[in-house]
Design a protein around this ligand. Structure first.
Ligand SMILES: [Zn+2]
Length: 481
């Protein structure tokens, strides 16, 4: 076999960004923050400042799951095992001889729509030695299939997880070890979990055939990674669906949770003028990319959990105090069989008691992962702003401008879009038709980048413009049907 060709993706300069500078922007990359600045949103200037401060102090991401509880107990697996060589869970052996370990549903995947398939690629044992992680193969059946790989850390302690290798059926290396920042198919990096959408840049053609895929796990994030995985185990699976026909408008189903009556109890929210404006703006923004909202289900998260999570706190914490993880767990109990993406509406998103962001989203999210942060987005609707929205005249664009854009932006992350520019200009998306604000060494405020900030996926967007390249990417997300 010919050696893989290196993928020439870096059409843009991506300066090295190590140490503190990387840490500052990392949260935005990893968690998909939308920050609001004070040019259109007078109440949120403190939010932007606080967010900057918390970025440099907090951990990069947090694990959601206690995998010891998540994994299916050995005893159950044994009880269900058939007489012939059947894969048993949890013993790190390949009983059925298919080259995969614990691939027999030992680690459950997301809830699936009828058009989706979950391919369990089992677990990978990462030896604590130099060299790439063991590769797994996923066979794409048709061109432009929607393919999202998901890796979860099942080791006792969590490491940073990301895809470092992706080789196309023709041998094109679209993601190479050590080339994460410059790759056209740069996937999400998370502590304890990761996803990779195939085709995160339009120049990566998702063709039929066998794709090689490798995730790694390390004590550090990609820019400082030296190629030595952290010993431990990952579970890897792939959710896929057939190609979305070119003329078909894609739909994203959404479970929207009104947490603690925010911004209103759901029954009232559904009929409120601001909510209709928000939904209208989301559909107007995404129409340009050939998408619209599908089935939107409004659900109240009330009672004690509603009160507790109305003001989400410790959203960047790496321990059980993290209420972002907790609110997803609570919503998962209300819609355990849902195949939709999750959107929680809260009064504030805080860390250490300080407003941290206007919205947070999983980058490359997994629709139907009920109860998990991999399946969700959170958006803050401040109560006093909502009261302002309720008093607007019918023609007002207020609610759409304030929350319709934020939710649209978080949906963009969920469907696999990076920020076009990160706040410090150190990293840009790999999509060629999005504008780059090339101001070295400055914080890229909307005032400094007036044209670029009109685009939805600018790190602090002032408009909802999407490009053809972005459209091609999001329509590959298996969350879209
Ligand atoms: Zn963002």
């Amino acid at each position: 076999m010919a050696p893989p060709r290196r993928f020439a993706a870096a059409h843009r300069r991506c300066p090295g960004s190590a140490g503190a500078a990387w840490a500052l922007v990392a949260l935005a990359w990893l968690a998909g923050c939308t920050r609001v600045d004070d040019s259109t949103d007078p109440d949120s200037s403190s939010a932007a400042d606080a967010s900057q401060a918390s970025d440099s102090a907090g951990p990069l991401d947090v694990p959601y799951f206690d995998t010891a509880k998540d994994a299916k107990p050995d005893s159950d697996a044994v009880a269900e095992a058939g007489p012939a060589a059947k894969e048993l869970c949890g013993n790190n052996l390949d009983e059925d001889g298919d080259g995969l370990i614990d691939e027999a549903g030992c680690y459950p995947g997301p809830n699936l729509r009828a058009d989706q398939v979950w391919t369990d690629l089992g677990t990978i044992d990462l030896a604590n030695a130099a060299g790439p992680a063991a590769l797994r193969t996923f066979g794409a059946s048709v061109k432009n299939q929607g393919i999202l790989a998901v890796a979860r850390d099942i080791s006792p302690s969590k490491g940073y997880v990301w895809a470092e290798t992706l080789v196309s059926p023709s041998g094109l290396q679209v993601l190479s070890p050590g080339a994460w920042t410059t790759s056209g198919n740069r996937g999400y990096v998370g502590l304890g979990q990761s996803t990779l959408l195939f085709g995160m840049a339009p120049q990566v053609s998702v063709v039929a055939g066998p794709w090689s895929l490798g995730f790694t796990r390390a004590a550090t994030t990609p820019p400082s990674y030296k190629g030595t995985p952290l010993a431990g185990r990952l579970h890897v699976g792939v959710v896929s669906r057939p190609e979305l026909p070119i003329n078909q408008v894609g739909k994203l189903d959404l479970d929207v949770f009104c947490v603690g009556g925010v911004p209103m109890p759901c029954a009232e929210l559904a009929n409120s003028a601001p909510w209709k404006k928000i939904v209208g703006r989301i559909d107007a923004v995404w129409k340009a990319a050939g998408l619209q909202l599908g089935e939107v289900t409004l659900v109240d998260l009330s009672g004690e959990e509603g009160v507790k999570f109305k003001y989400l706190d410790n959203v960047f914490a790496g321990d059980s105090s993290n209420e972002l993880n907790a609110v997803y767990a609570a919503t998962g109990k209300l819609r355990p069989q849902s195949t939709a993406a999750t959107l929680v509406l809260v009064a504030a998103i805080q860390d250490n008691g300080v407003i941290a962001a206007a919205g947070l989203s999983q980058l490359g999210g997994v629709a139907g992962y009920a109860g998990q942060r991999l399946g969700g987005m959170a958006v803050a609707i401040q109560e006093d702003q909502w009261q302002v929205a309720l008093k607007q005249p019918p023609e007002s664009a207020y609610a759409g401008d304030v929350w319709g854009l934020v939710i649209s932006h978080e949906i963009g992350h969920f469907l696999g879009l990076w920020h076009t520019d990160e706040s410090d200009g150190s990293l840009h998306d790999p999509i060629e038709d999005t504008p780059l604000c090339d101001k070295v060494g400055e914080v890229l405020t909307p005032a400094l980048c007036p044209v670029q900030s009109k685009y939805l996926m600018f790190w602090s967007p002032k408009g909802g413009t999407l490009t053809a390249g972005q459209s091609k990417v999001v329509r590959l997300s298996p969350a879209v049907r």
